[in-house]
Design a protein around this ligand. Structure first.
Ligand code: PAF
Length: 283
């Protein structure tokens, strides 16, 4: 496994591999890797000749500077995990390397990027598109792997790929959960043991709501999720939306779409830590 820090070195290495006809998989990450990331790397290693993992804490996608400040940074442990999973190249550039000048490009894919995370984290998806488009340009992968935990992010990236005509395949990979059901996230390491226990209620309530949905309306199911979580001390729902899985627009009735997903963001604990999750109702 090679660890490279400059775009030039990365491009030179990949040019050689591409000229040899190697299939290239890209797993973009912000580091603080966990089993969820490991599953993306394993999939890429199985499906490609070369797997590039970027480890870059992208400042332009953080609308809250405090969130960026407290984001865990664990490059050494990340590299050990990546090596054990068969990664070929780790690309770990500095902020100056990626953004020698401020990136003034604006990516806008309404209504997909204006709802949910887009509404509560202004500029977030613009920053995601800035870095992901740069990575696609630098690596020119055949396939790029993203975790379905960030359900809306995949929809926005798909819109960007279509808009910018990137010639690659986006591969969504299933959410990996802790034993308690809590969706794996780099942010989980910021939770205390008590908060981690409380946070497990998020997936429990989401899964219960799937059972309930067969005999209740969308509005009732929605109310069940919000009310069940908001009564738990230490949890506060920021938003819960039951949406069409493609357009990400709210549905009012279970017959409105063949693909229906509930997307949630919950604040957990005193700090608080912002946790996201989703569940499929249909499709
Ligand atoms: O999902 C993430 O970790 C980030 O948003 C990504 C795709 C690596 C871009 O910084």
């Amino acid at each position: 496994m090679k660890v490279v820090n400059t775009i030039q070195e990365l491009r030179e290495m990949l040019d050689v591999l591409r000229s040899e006809g190697k299939k290239i998989g890209l797993v973009p990450t912000m580091g603080a890797l966990h089993e969820g990331h490991a599953s993306l790397v394993e999939r890429s290693v199985a499906e490609n000749d070369v797997t590039v993992v970027s480890v870059f804490l992208n400042p332009t996608q953080f609308n809250d500077p405090k969130d960026l400040e407290k984001y865990p940074r664990t490059l050494e442990a990340d590299c050990a995990l990546l090596e054990s999973k068969g990664t070929s190249i780790v690309f770990a550039p500095s902020v100056e390397e990626v953004y020698p000048e401020p990136d003034t490009r604006v990516f806008s894919y309404p209504p997909i990027d204006t709802v949910m995370e887009g509404a509560f984290r202004p500029g977030h998806f613009n920053g995601v598109c800035q870095i992901v488009s740069k990575l696609f340009d630098m690596v020119q992968p055949h396939c790029a792997y993203f975790g379905e935990k960030d359900f809306q992010q995949i929809a926005v990236i798909r819109a960007m790929v279509k808009d910018m005509k990137f010639d690659l395949e986006i591969i969504p990979c299933p959410v990996i959960r802790e034993e308690s059901g809590l969706a794996m996230s780099s942010r989980n390491t910021l939770l205390t043991d008590d908060e981690r226990t409380i946070a497990a209620h998020i997936s429990r309530v989401l899964f219960e709501s799937v059972e309930l949905s067969s005999s209740h309306t969308v509005a009732e199911t929605h109310r069940f999720v919000e009310d069940s979580l908001n009564v738990i001390e230490g949890l506060k729902v920021q938003y819960f939306s039951i949406v069409d899985g493609i357009s990400l627009q709210d549905v009012a009735d279970w017959n409105d779409s063949d693909f229906i997903v509930g997307c949630i963001t919950v604040f957990c604990g005193a700090t608080p830590i912002r946790l996201i999750d989703h569940v499929k109702y249909k499709g």
